[in-house]
Design a protein around this ligand. Sequence first.
Ligand SMILES: NC(=O)c1ccc[n+]([C@@H]2O[C@H](COP(=O)([O-])OP(=O)(O)OC[C@H]3O[C@@H](n4cnc5c(N)ncnc54)[C@H](O)[C@@H]3O)[C@@H](O)[C@H]2O)c1
Length: 280
Amino acid sequence: MSDPFIAGGVAVITGGASGIGRAAARRAAAAGMAIALVDVNGEKLAATAAELRASIGAKLLDLSIDVADAAAMQTLATQVLDRFGAPTLLMNNAAAFVAGGAGGILDPVENWQRLFGVNVLGIVNGVQAFLPAMLAAGRPAAIVNTGSKQGLTNPPGNPAYNTSKAAVNAYSQNLARDLRERPGSQVSAHLLIPGWTTTGEAEHRQGAWRPEQVIDFMAEAMGREAFFILCPDDETPAATDHKRIYWNAMDIILGRPALSRWHPDYKDAFAAFMQRDLPL
Ligand SMILES: NC(=O)c1ccc[n+]([C@@H]2O[C@H](COP(=O)([O-])OP(=O)(O)OC[C@H]3O[C@@H](n4cnc5c(N)ncnc54)[C@H](O)[C@@H]3O)[C@@H](O)[C@H]2O)c1
């Protein structure tokens, strides 16, 4: 599917009350889509829903749901299908960040379970709930899963979040391949990889992108039918991301220590590598 924001389409957006999800919902509303807006934060959801309802009225369904709750996501799908029909855009965008603990390897297992429940299984729940109807509808549709550069380059400091986003990458690639090979499927899958983006109501800082920029970039990339939607920001250009990803992959091929980018013995080699052009 190319342009995800089409008049007459149906968007389901999780984590839709804030940040990137809210920017997607605003753009979907402007395009004339029906929207199912899902968020676990009832207060933020009410505010965003009120804003959207002013422009699209009854074409908005807002529901306070935890994406980690598989049964609730199935109930959501029934409601959306009854009211609007199958989604043309499913954005599995909700994510939890670290809550409690030091954000380290020995974080309480409950933190790991929560991050995986939301960030990974929340996406699986969305796909399981909506994909059968999206396939059966027999019209072009797209699933966008929000990953993170932290799932690709794995910077130290937040292993549970990194590991969950690495799983989103692996899962989304499998989903895309399945949909590509599935006879008659008109559903595509995409991995949205935002750069540094101003979240929620946080003050916008120089270097970050605004959520609207991420959604503009996503729409343009989907117009090219890209699977990987690797967003730059005003601090990190695409070439820098490419080199960091390349270095990370080369750790395996060259047998370097894990995360050698942050190993003191490789500090100078990494700095020199970042000055060179990629051997592509
Ligand atoms: N902001 C960044 O710099 C950045 C960078 C890379 C990736 N991301 C990813 O982008 C996505 C959106 O992040 P954002 O920056 O817009 O954050 P945000 O905090 O502005 O919005 C996230 C929304 O998800 C909701 N949410 C959280 N857990 C939920 C759950 N269990 N069920 C339903 N809703 C839930 C929150 O209430 C919130 O409204 C996330 O997947 C995040 O991991 C963000």
